[in-house]
Design a protein around this ligand. Structure first.
Ligand code: ATP
Ligand code: MG
Length: 335
């Protein structure tokens, strides 16, 4: 009996820094769970990282293997998941050029995620063109691998929708060769930052990294934002906007236990130090093994690099097949 071909997944991250526990709940946890049932391609998106980091190429370079280490640490298995360096797949850039004809500037301007990012970065009309069109390059990422499923956080939904539109346009105009992907939205929303801000993020400096030491983690938990009005243990405390409880919701498998803690905290008599001590235990249960695996892999960076190199070669074969079909569809298959 032949093994059925598994549907493909494409996901990835920009190598602009190490991954944090927000990335873990947002997507890494899902990817590990899905890798057995899907042919998974994980893109280390250095080309996309360059769109807003082109002045810091060394930063992008240094983070490629850091992100690969994070993947190995969380349990992505290179036997099941193919790690691919985006810039080493020129077919992605090639597809991007052709897809750019299939979208309008006015449509790109309306992308809500990019709109927000342009405002956050203060680009205005001086936005680099490469950054402005990154949803199109993301469509090339997804379709190059023929991905049927793209596991993402909610902020990425406009990118998947843009991809689907490009695929339909391409397939109608030329020939039905591209796979129209579906998004798989993570059930856990945004993890707030340690400072209580709406989002844990590298650039906001409020993140707990997968590469943090046990001491870093303990120190970060101690400094976490809770309820600023909860001054005495006996006072009633507030759960809404309380980061410690947001993290317990995200990481503590004992839901009934969390509910009881919340109830006690709101009633009064439960101090922040105690809740933080519990949170630290919960975080360590998940992240201590990840940290250990990361340290073990980090001892042989040559092997990590080799694994990324092999994955990239496998990925390139898939992308080259797509490119060949796309060229034929566009009547550009001359020789
Ligand atoms: P930067 O500050 O450079 O923008 P970041 O920490 O915000 O970095 P991104 O690379 O922008 O991370 O995030 C990539 C993807 O990871 C996002 O599209 C989102 O789906 C997911 N993600 C990032 N931060 C979080 C978070 N705090 N909670 C859940 N998911 C997250
Ligand atoms: Mg971001």
């Amino acid at each position: 009996m032949s093994t059925p071909i598994k549907p493909r997944i494409l996901t990835g991250d920009r190598p602009t820094g190490p991954l944090h526990i927000g990335h873990y709940v947002g997507s890494l946890r899902n990817r590990v769970a899905l890798q057995r049932d899907y042919d998974t391609y994980i893109l280390i998106a250095d080309v996309q990282a360059m769109t807003d980091n082109f002045e810091q190429p060394q930063k992008v370079r240094d983070n490629v293997l850091e992100v690969a280490l994070d993947y190995l640490a969380v349990g992505l298995d290179p036997q099941q998941s193919t790690f691919v360096v985006q810039s080493m797949i020129p077919e992605i850039a090639e597809l991007t050029v052709f897809y750019l004809n299939l979208v309008t500037v006015s449509h790109l301007r309306q992308n809500p995620t990019v709109k927000t990012e342009i405002a956050q970065k203060g680009y205005g009309e001086s936005v680099p063109a490469g950054f402005f069109v990154y949803p199109v390059s993301q469509a090339a990422d997804i379709t190059a691998f023929g991905a049927a499923l793209v596991p993402v956080g909610e902020d990425q939904l406009p990118m998947i929708e843009q991809t689907r539109e490009i695929v339909r346009r391409f397939n109608t105009l030329y020939a039905p060769v591209l796979v129209e992907p579906k998004a798989l939205v993570s059930e856990t929303g945004r993890l707030p930052g340690l400072d209580g801000k709406a989002k844990m993020s590298k650039s906001l400096g409020n993140a707990m990294y997968l590469s943090d030491s046990a001491d870093d983690v303990a120190q970060k938990v101690r400094s976490m934002y809770t309820d600023p009005n909860h001054l005495r243990v006996e006072d009633p405390g507030q759960i809404e906007g309380n980061t410690v409880f947001a993290y317990l919701d995200a990481f503590d498998p004992d839901k009934a236990g969390v509910a009881a803690l919340k109830e006690h905290y709101q009633r009064g008599g439960l101090g922040d130090i105690k809740v933080k001590k519990h949170l630290l235990e919960v975080l360590e249960a998940t992240f201590a093994p990840i940290r250990e695996r990361r340290l073990a892999y980090a001892k042989d960076m040559g092997a990590v690099e080799q694994m990324v190199k092999e994955g990239t070669a496998r990925g390139r074969e898939v992308a080259a097949q797509t490119m060949q079909a796309a060229r034929k569809a566009m009547r550009l298959d001359y020789f």
